[in-house]
Design a protein around this ligand. Structure first.
Ligand SMILES: Cc1cc2nc3c(=O)[nH]c(=O)nc-3n(C[C@H](O)[C@H](O)[C@H](O)COP(=O)(O)OP(=O)(O)OC[C@H]3O[C@@H](n4cnc5c(N)ncnc54)[C@H](O)[C@@H]3O)c2cc1C
Length: 384
């Protein structure tokens, strides 16, 4: 069996690792020109289910590398804009103290992707945008890339993220609902300057219709593994209603860097002045602003060996930290299902349908939990 995966994000790479472990042939095709041609965010919180999925897909040395390169566990603090503790605000999916078991692990996204690339580099092809696909008379799937080349496989997995248009072909009716809310994120060096104000862990600051998440990312650099963690840093994300950023409903999010900095300044205007250097000093890049959207999930229309995973079918608000965890869960589930067909226990189409039934159920629950998270975090006007 040969599988083509379109998209080398967290979900696509984790699936590739899972297939490699299961002895199933695969090739990953990624639109980006190179592995690090674009920043794909900074901190990513991997919960128990994400960890289980990674453990299922990765060989043990790579799983250890993921654990060893995650930030040191620390508690989550809910705070008002004067940095005083708030007791009545909590998103169900958060773990109060990462030192509890099972603890969430805070991975540096770039480092995690490097871990996920290890050992499969020769099967990941960059500068390869999948533009179309078609079923051949023998039921294999032929993929067409923007550069005119083609590739054929028994199964195509569409794992190309939230903006996927390819998904509409196999799951008609799938669309993105834009809540009108937005998220801007950034990173700054952690040099201890803000130590007086920030607690060592996750600081969640509740403003009016806006929330700020500031994570102190400190790494253990003494453990040797095949991938080393980055320097310590502060990760921050602001999520809220557009008006909190001084933006109009429907206004384009293609903002210049000065416009982005102005939006950040507006959103944090009620935060302590002492935090300003964190936001103003950070290099906010144009790609660091994202709309908060939710997938409206369609259903399969044809018995074609094309399936979908990750944000392409279940985009959700980052409020509950479930998007990547759900994409990793897809990877482990799909790899396990495909193994049954590869071993001759189940026809391929039946395998895909079984996976999709499972995936659509837990991902719909995750989308729903994320909507609730948005409502709690910043009073999202978009009703859950
Ligand atoms: C600020 C922020 C913080 C977040 N924090 C968390 C968190 O803490 N925990 C969590 O679980 N989730 C979090 N998320 C959500 C998480 O980032 C996503 O759910 C996750 O990245 C989805 O993975 P994916 O592999 O499905 O898609 P992506 O990571 O988007 O990868 C898709 C890949 O496909 C490629 N691609 C696109 N089109 C094509 C094409 N036509 N052909 C080939 N390749 C293509 C893209 O270049 C990309 O590399 C956060 C999101 C944001 C915005």
């Amino acid at each position: 069996m040969k599988v083509i995966i379109a998209g080398a994000g967290l979900g696509g790479l984790c699936l590739a690792q899972g297939l490699s472990k299961a002895g199933i042939g695969f090739e990953v095709y990624e639109r980006d020109a190179a592995f690090d041609s674009r920043t794909q965010g900074y901190r990513i919180r991997i919960d128990h289910s994400g960890q289980q999925a990674l453990a299922a897909c990765l060989p043990s040395d790579l799983y250890n590398a993921f654990e060893n390169t995650a930030a040191l566990p620390a508690p989550v603090y809910t705070l008002d804009t004067r940095m005083q503790t708030m007791e009545d605000k909590w998103v169900d999916q958060w773990i109060r103290d990462e030192r509890e078991i099972p603890a969430d692990l805070k991975a540096d996204r770039h480092t995690l992707r490097r871990v996920l690339m290890q050992g499969i580099e020769d099967h990941v092809h960059f500068g390869k945008e999948l533009t179309a696909y078609s079923e051949q008379p023998d039921q294999t799937i032929q993929c067409l890339f923007a550069d005119g080349e083609t590739a054929t496989a028994d199964v195509l997995v569409i794992a190309n993220g939230a903006a996927s248009t390819l998904v509409a072909g196999c799951f008609p009716g799938t669309s993105l609902h834009d809540t009108g809310d937005i998220c801007i994120y950034g990173k700054a060096p952690w040099n201890g300057e803000l130590q007086q104000l920030l607690r060592e862990g996750t600081n969640v600051i509740f403003g009016e219709n806006i929330a700020g998440i500031i994570d102190v990312m400190q790494f253990n650099r003494t453990t040797r593994s095949s991938v080393m963690p980055p320097e310590d840093y502060l990760y921050w994300a602001l999520i809220g209603q557009r008006s909190s950023f001084g933006l109009q409903p429907g206004q384009s999010l293609r903002l210049s860097v000065p416009q982005l900095q102005e939006a950040v300044a507006q959103a944090t205007s009620t935060f302590p002045d002492a935090l300003s250097p964190l936001f103003t000093g950070a290099a906010v890049t144009a790609g660091a602003i994202v709309p908060v959207r939710h997938s409206v999930q369609g259903g399969r229309s044809q018995q074609v060996r094309v399936t979908v995973s990750g944000d392409a079918i279940h985009t959700m608000s980052p409020a509950a930290g479930l998007g990547a965890n759900t994409a990793l869960r897809d990877a482990a589930a799909l790899a396990a299902h495909l193994k049954k067909s590869a071993d001759g226990h189940l026809p391929l189409m039946e395998t895909l349908l079984n996976y999709e039934q499972e995936m659509l159920s837990y991902s719909a629950a995750a989308i729903s939990a994320s909507k609730k998270g948005s409502a709690l975090l910043y009073n999202s006007g978009d009703n859950p």
